[in-house]
Design a protein. Sequence first.
Length: 436
Amino acid sequence: MIPRYARPDMVAIWSPDTKFRIWFEIEAHACDAQAKLGVIPAENAAAVWKASDVAFDVARIDEIEAVTKHDVIAFLTHLAEIVGEEEARFVHQGMTSSDVLDTTLNVQLVRACDLLLADMDGLLAALKRRAHEHKHDVRIGRSHGIHAEPTTMGLTFARFYAEMARNKTRLQAARAEVATGAISGAVGTFANIDPAVEAHVCAQMGLEPEPISTQVIPRDRHAAFFAALGVVASSIENIAIEIRHMQRTEVLEAEEFFSKGQKGSSAMPHKRNPVLTENLTGLARLVRMAVVPAMENVALWHERDISHSSVERMIGPDATVTLDFALSRLTGVIDKLVVYPDTMMANLNKFRGLVHSQRVLLALTQKGLSREASYAVVQRNAMKVWEESADFLEELKADPDVTAVMSKAELEDAFDLAYHTKHVDTIFARVFGVEA
């Protein structure tokens, strides 16, 4: 996590100040619940809240931890310094460190996911706007990188919208997956703390009680969370790759906005490079880098160990901060993407009608030729376009095997671009709803 690829709101979720504030809230709410049950004096529970308006001294906590070698104990010692030793006597009553650490991590992941969902809404809005803007702007569709058949730029944007809409659903499921808390004590048996305390703390922190938590919250939840982030990152790369292709000089159907004063190369003043989408491709790799460690964190010894801890201290902030930045950057790219419809049409016509080969093939079969015979006739004429730069329609009109069953007017009709776009409205209605 470096400032170059980080935005303040997401970074703040993972700051020591935020972490210690959540720790405090968990401990204070637990005291309230304990007092309500009559386990601790009400005045002691009330006294803990004296720290609510105090900024915790991170340096002091670090200083204590240097001696105790235990972060939660260091925090509790500092909390006692603030509210008083006697007043803090019942803080952490019946709890274990994982109650605080795991519940806090899930609070942070939920808050991070809320920001990611807001990012996703922004990206979806941009994709929807550009899809409708270029709904009927025809471009060549490609398979294996080779010209296939006509599509539209609007369908390209709509495809990415649908993919990101699925990703929004995945993020919502990921949020629900980790929105649990555990205040169940050593090995999760509630031997020293009433389950009502867990219920109260979780309600106050916006979580659901973990049904069974051993001493830690099960890490399959976190594996699912980071896997969802990895899928979102892959979708970002999917879009970025398409834009990078479209910006290639030989293609130039669209390009990233090139701002006034921007420089593309230290050596070549003419360069306008797809630097933002190249950057997004790299950032996607970093987000996916968290997935395998999160999967490996699922297997812990018995009721707990801390082999997952060091991993989560890094992948939690790194993956969410990076994905937050990437979603925002991609939204900006889509918003400002410069699209060139004339170039799209020129590229489509580059091979003089070759992209209509399937339409001719199907028309010949409708006229009585076998599929094999039709394929052979069409391919024979198509190869002349590849090898001799011939005009596909003219070659077909000159082929007696074709004209024996199809008139020239029928051949010309087979080259009508509108044939390929007649169901665009239907597809848009499926993607965007009836309002499309």
